[in-house]
Write a protein that binds this ligand. Structure first.
Ligand code: GDP
Length: 641
């Protein structure tokens, strides 16, 4: 019934393999398991499906071994878990000496004659599953209910039994956790942030956003100063103009297109209203460079705090204090057990949830870390806390690092060589920052010497075309044709409102091809992920125009609501596409990152669930506020206490 059972080392050596009679070769499914689960830190669940097969696996972290069994997914084999446990125990006991003494070379030369043992274990496991008697329902007399008296079941109004109150409390706290998964509306997400930050409760939502933004820029500025090469003193004296970070007050005005006087048309917008310095933001940056998201990491201080905290309670509890208490947290040359890790993992899970990581994902992550560490022998001077924390940190970085890297500049150059424009489509719900970030990406592309045609395919929302026209005018003012050899670097392709968006995108692409534009950026109308007709229209736009890159724009501000949007957009594109192999979302633009302080969990949830890379991060309202994701910076913010 089994298709295969294989035992290999984490270094990649296959030590032993059982191949079922008619089963497929183990290579392809096992490779898929390694690529998609083990290397991607998705090991929380010890089961994986690959085509028609279910794979179950177990890690031995002490001897660095992996045990994998494969069988047809339509079968319900109840004995597989037992079999894998038995094989694991027997194999490591039988070859313990080889593993301990000979190292990797020993494994290479070793002969693992395990067939007879395996067949015996398989027979035993199969027998044990057959022998098990069918479960019989309890009679009423055997149930707990029968032992209760009628009196204790009567509830008097207003008087709640203590236990119930307690349960209710727990329920409430659970709800808080799950609310993080699916915040129904933007407002509620904002409210959630409000209540999460206890001390901020009296502030209004705007004040909190403003405060978060200031905090973000304060940190960002510090980190930026640290990482960018120090300028010579002479240059410093010349006077680096201080950055103006209070964007909420000043720059919002600059980019506020709701002003009726502006109304998007060139004539209506007096030149003096447009302050290029404000729209540009940081003037000291290198033009055309996409800076990494930076974050001040007070990691070392944090680490010390965590170690201290973890050792403190043990001193108090044991009442022993002194040297013994200090050493208690250290686990010298001992293999880690689940019991050692559980309290730390519980804390880590709560911490992740508090940072806006979806509750289910926090659980899965901690489970994956536990599986990876269980049985691992610890170094002499390491604490359980620091080991778990480090493993979690590595797992988070791994998740954020994309399986597929999107290098827009390289791909644009490639398209240029083929004399065709590179097409990016932006999609997402209303108000997340599609147009603003499209403008930032235009600015970045122009600074890299590429000409851009913006296709105004949001033919629905009033003001959408005018908003893009204003951006186009401003971008042209910042990069006039004179500084680009007479070439207009950005142009708007629009056909007003109410027309078919897919048709306009198609016309724009062919216009761009004829006029020699390097990139076409297609803005689409915001739509709710549940709106089937609008999602069909988007799928059509994408199917008909076959863009090179489909970017989903999601705001970090709404936390896990953005995850729901992304999952549903992706699914809707698959469901509503008429093509046989539907075109899905390729990457994410995560906007409003400046408004969330260190509650960066949505970034983890989004990439964990969909494996889509975060290609750009929007961190403000000026054209220079575009960043690339720096996994380490996000993880540092996430781990910060
Ligand atoms: P659209 O409806 O998706 O096209 O969204 P808009 O581009 O019109 O943006 C909605 C609002 O979000 C505008 O006020 C933008 O200035 C603001 N916005 C966009 N991106 C960011 C960002 O990264 N940070 C901040 N703080 N605001 C942003």
């Amino acid at each position: 019934m089994l298709d295969f059972f294989t035992i290999f080392s984490k270094g990649g050596l296959v030590l032993w393999c059982f191949q079922g009679v008619r089963g497929p070769a183990a290579t392809a499914p096992v490779n898929a398991l390694i690529r998609s689960v083990l290397l991607q830190e998705r090991g929380g669940n010890n089961s994986f499906t690959h085509e028609a097969l279910t794979l179950k696996y177990k890690l031995d972290n002490q001897f660095e071994l992996v045990f994998v069994v494969g069988f047809q997914k339509i079968l319900t084999l109840t004995y597989v878990d037992k079999l894998i446990d038995d094989v694991h125990k027997e194999f490591r006991d039988k070859y313990r000496n080889e593993f301990q003494q000979k190292g990797a070379l020993g494994l290479l030369n070793g002969t693992f004659d395990f067939k007879d043992d395996f067949m015996r274990l398989l027979r035993d496991a199969e027998e044990s599953s057959k022998v098990r008697a069918p479960t019989v329902m309890k009679t009423f007399e055997q149930s707990l209910k029968s032992q209760k008296t009628v009196k204790c079941m009567i509830e008097t109004r207003g008087e709640k039994p203590k236990e119930k109150v307690k349960n209710k409390k727990n329920k409430g706290s659970k709800k808080e956790g799950t609310e993080a998964v699916a915040a129904p509306t933007k407002a509620s997400a904002g409210d959630k942030q409000l209540s999460a930050a206890g001390e901020k409760e009296e502030l209004t939502k705007d004040e909190i956003l403003q405060k978060n933004r200031e905090e973000f820029f304060r940190r960002h500025m510090k980190a930026g100063e640290k990482s960018r090469s120090p300028k010579p003193d002479a240059q410093k004296e010349k006077g680096k103009k201080p950055r103006v970070w209070d964007l909420g007050n000043s720059n919002a005005k600059v980019l506020d297109y709701s002003n009726s006087a502006t109304n998007g048309s060139a004539e209506a917008c007096p030149v003096e209203e447009f302050d290029p310095d404000m729209a540009l933001g940081d003037k000291n940056r290198e033009p055309g460079r996409l800076y990494d998201l930076e974050y001040e990491s007070d990691d070392e201080a944090e680490e010390e705090k965590v170690v201290q905290n973890s050792s403190k309670p043990s001193v108090k509890k044991g009442g022993l204090g002194g040297m013994f208490g200090m050493l208690k947290g250290l686990v010298g040359s001992k293999s880690l057990t689940r019991g050692d890790m559980d309290p730390v993992l519980e804390k880590m899970k709560d911490h992740l949830i508090a940072k806006n990581v979806a509750a289910e994902i926090a659980v899965q992550l901690c489970e994956s870390v536990a599986k990876k560490l269980e049985g691992k022998v610890m170094g002499t001077f390491t604490t359980v806390t620091s080991t778990v924390k480090q493993a979690l940190q590595e797992a988070l970085v791994q998740i954020l690092q994309p399986q597929r890297r999107v290098d827009v500049l390289r791909d644009v150059m490639d398209a240029q060589r083929h004399r065709r424009p590179y097409v990016i489509t932006f999609c997402g719900v209303n108000g997340v920052g599609k147009s603003t970030n499209l403008a930032k990406i235009s600015f970045w592309l122009i600074e890299n010497g590429f000409s851009v045609l913006i296709a105004a395919c949001d033919t629905f929302r009033a003001g959408a075309v005018e908003q893009l026209r204003t951006h186009t005018r401003r971008l042209n003012a910042l990069h006039p044709p004179e500084s680009h050899g007479g070439r207009t670097m950005v142009q708007l392709y629009e056909k007003g409102y109410g027309k078919d968006a897919a048709g306009i995108a198609m016309e724009a692409i062919s216009y761009a091809r004829n006029q020699g534009f390097d990139v076409v950026l297609v803005d689409t109308a915001g739509r709710m992920q549940d709106n089937a007709p609008l999602m069909t229209a988007l799928a059509k736009l994408i199917a008909v125009n076959a863009p090179d890159l489909v970017l989903f724009v999601g705001e970090a501000l709404v936390g896990n609501e953005a995850v729901d949007q992304l999952v549903k957009f992706n699914k809707a594109l698959a469901d509503h596409s008429m093509a046989q192999t539907p075109r899905l979302i390729d990457g994410i633009v995560l906007t409003k990152f400046d408004t969330i302080d260190d509650k960066v969990g949505a970034a983890i949830s989004m990439t964990y669930i969909t494996s889509k890379p975060i290609v750009f991060v929007g961190t403000g309202q000026t054209y220079c506020d575009l960043r690339s994701l720096n996994a380490k910076a996000v993880v540092a913010a996430l781990m910060k206490a």
